[in-house]
Write a protein that binds this ligand. Structure first.
Ligand SMILES: Cc1cc2nc3c(=O)[nH]c(=O)nc-3n(C[C@H](O)[C@H](O)[C@H](O)COP(=O)(O)OP(=O)(O)OC[C@H]3O[C@@H](n4cnc5c(N)ncnc54)[C@H](O)[C@@H]3O)c2cc1C
Length: 413
């Protein structure tokens, strides 16, 4: 049975994915304890449970690099708590490699910028990378660099760790309860939530319902420039030649990444044409949802294979055991949606994660908590304002296609 729904809260968070739970955790850390998280299913059962969870630091913008760095700081804080659930963080580093001159230049710039900000990087020669990652052929690459502090983890465990820290500080996390609407006063300000189990009075609402956020936002008068775009990866059967302890591998020329998983290799590709769904049609239970057929995405793997083969010549012999797909909330410019909404006082948005919501979860949670608590931040999240696109029709198929193209064109991260 679900815990009792409180009649009121200082802050109500919609959605118990990694972002909603990180927001709740950071609110507690900021001293705001009367927090309730409303989750329609069970916590972390949405996109979060499906993530590959690479926490890559090499991002084009200083702001996003700061948000990822804040996630690493949050991990340290969560792991330092003796009462916290175990969190297995694989600090293996990330090998980035490319042969394309424009990509080499862009990657070099962002790795060097990260290094100046405190993320250590070192160049690798071909022999070293072959020894580190036996299945990888670095032959074609002109740039091979190791971002030394990168890691991967179990995204479900991270979300649970944020949730446990929030609960220990007094936050209430209520599953099996759907938010039906954000209640507003006649002047437009937030007054609470309407849920499937009754109302909650509340002056501050954080909208972190992931790829499901658009209909709720639209009903509150806000058009979000995001859409549910399919992300995908595969996991091979256990294989000593592929698995083991090795760094993340990011191959922008192939639009691909890989990391160890379950004794085999987890690898993802960015397909030439990404699939996108109508946000109103995304089911609350994702099991069985396939973005219109080809649930194992074999066609996309066949299309991407020629790009991946130069780096992974053994791909045709790999025994594929799992195909994982799920919705990522991609935005029209590839940057997150984080911040207040002037036209709806009391509403704060934390979504639009563009396939990087696990990596940036700590920074996004901290940004939202600081905004609500009025505490200082060492970065300015204003460029991520959810209203930066002006008036948006979130149900315009042209917007969905733009968001899908943003994913298909993404090469790193
Ligand atoms: C295949 C795949 C691979 C990925 N790989 C990576 C990666 O390597 N690195 C990385 O950083 N990110 C990755 N991502 C992206 C990452 O998973 C997301 O950015 C992140 O999980 C978003 O978290 P969220 O909390 O916004 O959304 P979600 O985890 O989807 O949470 C939203 C929650 O809101 C709930 N909800 C929705 N509507 C309502 C309502 N009306 N009332 C109550 N609750 C509601 C949902 O049930 C859900 O639990 C990947 C995603 C996919 C699909």
């Amino acid at each position: 049975m679900s815990p009792t729904l409180p009649a009121s809260a200082r802050v109500a968070v919609i959605g118990g994915g990694v972002l909603g739970l990180s927001v709740a955790c950071h609110l507690i850390w900021a001293g705001i304890r009367d927090v309730v998280v409303i989750e329609r299913q069970t916590p972390a059962s949405g996109a979060t449970a499906r993530a590959a969870a690479l926490l890559t630091r090499a991002r084009p913008h200083a702001l996003e690099r700061a948000l990822v760095r804040a996630t690493y700081a949050a991990l340290d804080r969560l792991m330092a708590d003796p009462d916290a659930p175990a969190l297995d963080v694989h600090r293996v580093g990330a090998v980035h490699l490319s042969a394309d001159p424009a990509t080499v230049a862009a990657l070099t710039a962002r790795l060097q910028a990260g290094a100046r900000e405190g993320d250590p990087v070192r160049a690798l020669d071909e022999a070293t990378v072959r020894a580190l990652v036996p299945w990888l052929d670095p032959g074609p690459a002109d740039l091979i660099a190791l971002s030394q502090g990168d890691a991967y983890l179990d995204p479900y465990a991270l979300a649970q760790a944020y949730g446990a820290a929030a609960r220990r500080g007094g936050a209430r996390i209520i599953p099996d309860t759907e938010v039906l609407a954000v209640r507003r006063s006649r002047s437009g300000a937030v007054t609470g939530l309407e849920t499937s189990r009754g109302g909650i009075d509340c002056r501050t609402v954080v909208l972190s319902a992931g790829a499901w956020s658009s209909p709720l936002a639209a009903a509150a008068g806000l058009g979000l420039a995001q859409a549910p775009v399919r992300s995908l990866y595969w996991i091979t059967a256990p294989d000593p030649a592929l698995g083991g302890h090795h760094p993340l591998v990011v191959m922008p020329d192939a639009g691909a990444y890989a990391r160890p998983e379950l004794g085999g290799l987890l690898f993802g590709v960015r397909e030439a044409v990404s699939r996108v769904a109508d946000p109103r049609a995304l089911p609350s239970d994702l099991s069985g949802f396939s973005f219109g057929g080809d649930p194992d995405a074999w066609d996309d793997l066949l299309e991407a294979a020629p790009r991946l083969l130069p780096y992974w010549p053994g791909l045709p012999r790999a025994a594929l055991a799992h195909a994982i797909t799920g919705p990522s909330a991609y935005t029209a410019d590839g940057r997150f949606l984080v911040g207040p909404v002037a036209s709806v006082p009391g509403l704060v948005v934390a979504t639009g994660c563009c396939g990087a919501g696990i990596a940036a979860s700590g920074g996004i949670g901290q940004s939202v908590a600081a905004l609500i608590a009025g505490t200082p931040l060492s970065w300015d999240p204003a460029p991520l304002s959810p209203t930066r696109f002006g008036r948006v029709d979130p149900f315009d198929p042209a917007l969905w296609e733009t968001c899908a193209r943003v994913r298909a064109g993404k090469r790193t991260g």
